[in-house]
Design a binder for this molecule. Structure first.
Ligand code: TNX
Length: 546
């Protein structure tokens, strides 16, 4: 028996030795999304093997980081990480990597000829984007990480740079919690689309998700709700039904730091959002003294706009929020901190003697001005810590602070108004950018629940973030953002389905500004279909079907 086994093992070893890793043929057609500034496809292929030298023409930490990025992409198939060698000039038969600060920080050129491959990037971020483009040039089997002796790369010459510096998505973990690992997976999804901002919606009526050391009850009490609405009551005009199942979760500060670091490695800035003065029920359930009523709050299990908001009359509210923000600022290096500011009903303030007294004292003519007072006061605090604030477009009501950035969600008009006033704005108009909406009109037949109305990929692709603005005003538009609201999104496959392939459309809106050609986009976006399939991502299939 032992002898038999030895013979068998020897035969196996021989079989492996003689079975060389295959040559992976080049992709049939070069398709790149988002569309590069300039891309010229040429004849021939470059053969990448595990013996291909990687020449580093710049010798600094960023360049070495770029080599790691390259290896992450190709070493699973080549079976080993390629070692960089420092050289003065680019050479044939090699991959050449160079950083050239004369290019913009996110800019790159990628040149592949049968003789050599050369990446020149403005910074490590540019190299990162070059390799996201290169990913789209890899054969399917390489995307799946299958072994290859040779990977054929098509000859191309690409010069590329994003149009907008801000290309964002919002992830709502307030409504349904996603673990730190799931958030990291989401960051990976963003990164392949060259999206570089994550607005992390960490607090809402239905849950407080971030550990604040000074206020432990925020997570002890505020991160858990007893029961959750499980029907689309608003959309279907039905009475609300509840599931009766407790649900919760929060991130420790260590987890937050870890996610922020993971994002930074992918050139994504995480912008924390702490909601105020509205969407505050979970905070009030934890510290009821911060509300106008002072008692009787519960972490909410139903969706929609809630009338329980922070009391704007009490000094203790501001003290609390400043202490919270001080911890948040310590965790997030982002220049921008998002302070919410949306959907704040004024009913409690109207009936609250302290809020009314504050209005009198400060000479505020109505509750909208009181909200503006609230936001400006918190903005001042953020600024005293060297940060800038973003707020939903409601911060225009009652007087916009000259230094706040507006996130335009009720159409583009808030962003337009902000830009006309000389304020920065980010565009996420509801009718283009709400990825929690259905993907098709035929919503009854979609496999996952949506918020209500529908945004097909083509609609998402049609957003023009600069529409309605003249050249001077356009400078204030930082870029577009897609919002993934989480009322009905509790599981990762659902999250992926709502995101893909609409994120590819948003990616192109943010990266490539210019005339729209839907048919051309539709043909090119197959690059992402290959990737989604290789990685096993769940996506809406409709645009690939006809
Ligand atoms: C509006 S956008 C909201 C969210 C909801 C979303 C549902 C904004 C500032 N508020 O609270 O989750 O609609 O699509």
């Amino acid at each position: 028996m032992k002898k038999l086994l030895t013979i068998y093992a020897a035969a196996l070893a021989l079989a492996f030795a003689s079975c060389e890793a295959p040559r992976m043929s080049r992709i049939d057609q070069v398709n790149i999304v988002p569309k590069p500034t300039l891309a010229v496809v040429a004849e021939g292929v470059f053969d990448l093997t595990k013996g291909t030298p990687v020449n580093l023409l710049t010798d600094d930490a960023e360049a070495h980081y770029a080599v790691n990025l390259f290896n992450e992409l190709v070493s699973p198939s080549l079976g080993k990480a390629l070692k960089p060698v420092r050289t003065e000039v680019a050479a044939d038969g090699a991959v050449n990597i160079e950083l050239d600060p004369a290019l913009g920080p996110e800019a790159y050129t990628l040149s592949i000829t049968p003789a050599r491959m050369t990446v020149t990037a403005g910074s490590a971020a540019g190299a990162f984007y070059a390799f996201q483009t290169l990913r789209q040039l890899l054969p399917d089997a390489a995307l799946r990480g299958e072994q290859a002796g040779v990977i054929e790369l098509p000859a191309v010459s690409i010069t590329d740079e994003p149009f907008f510096a801000y290309r964002g998505t919002l992830l709502d973990v307030g409504r349904h919690f996603f673990t730190a690992q799931e958030v990291k997976d989401y960051l990976d999804l963003m990164a392949i689309h060259k999206i570089n901002r994550l607005q992390w919606h960490l607090t809402d009526d239905q849950g407080w998700r971030i550990e604040i050391k000074q206020y432990p009850k925020l997570t002890e009490i505020g991160s858990v709700r007893a029961s959750t609405q499980n029907n689309q009551a608003e959309f279907l005009k039905l009475p609300v039904t509840m599931d009766g199942v407790p649900s919760g979760g929060f991130y420790t500060q260590d987890e937050i730091r870890d996610v922020v670091q993971y994002a930074a490695e992918r050139f994504i800035t995480v912008i924390p959002e702490i909601e105020m003065p509205g969407h505050a029920t979970a905070a009030l359930a934890s510290y009821p003294e911060l509300g106008c009523l002072g008692e009787g709050y519960e972490v909410s299990g139903v969706w929609g706009v809630h009338k329980e908001v922070f009391c704007a009359g009490k000094e203790s509210t501001f003290e609390f929020l400043e202490n919270v923000l001080a911890e948040v600022i310590g965790l997030f290096p982002s220049t921008y901190i998002h302070l919410g500011g949306d959907e704040c009903p004024k009913e409690r303030w109207e009936a609250c003697p302290l809020c009314q007294a504050r209005m009198k004292e400060e000479g505020l003519k109505d509750e909208f001005e009181l909200q503006s007072y609230f936001m400006r006061r918190m903005e001042k605090f953020a600024q005293s810590h060297g940060r800038q604030i973003i707020g939903w477009d409601e911060i225009l009501e009652g007087g916009l602070s000259p230094t706040a950035t507006v996130l335009s969600w009720r159409g583009s008009k808030g962003g337009i108004e902000a830009a006309k006033q000389g304020n920065n704005a980010i565009m996420c108009p509801q009718e283009y950018c709400y990825f929690d909406y259905y993907q098709t009109e035929d919503w009854q037949n979609e496999p996952y629940i949506g918020w209500g109305s529908c945004i097909p990929v083509e609609k998402a692709y049609r957003l023009d973030p600069l529409e309605g603005l003249d050249a001077d005003e356009q400078k204030f538009i930082l870029g577009p953002q897609a919002n993934l609201w989480g009322e009905y999104i509790a599981q990762v496959p659902h999250l992926q389905y709502m995101t893909l392939p609409r994120l590819a459309a948003l990616a192109e809106v943010g990266w490539t500004y210019g005339p729209k050609d839907w048919d051309d986009f539709k043909a090119r976006v197959t690059a992402f279909k290959r990737l989604y399939d290789a990685k096993g991502y769940v996506y809406a299939p409709h645009m690939f079907e006809d």
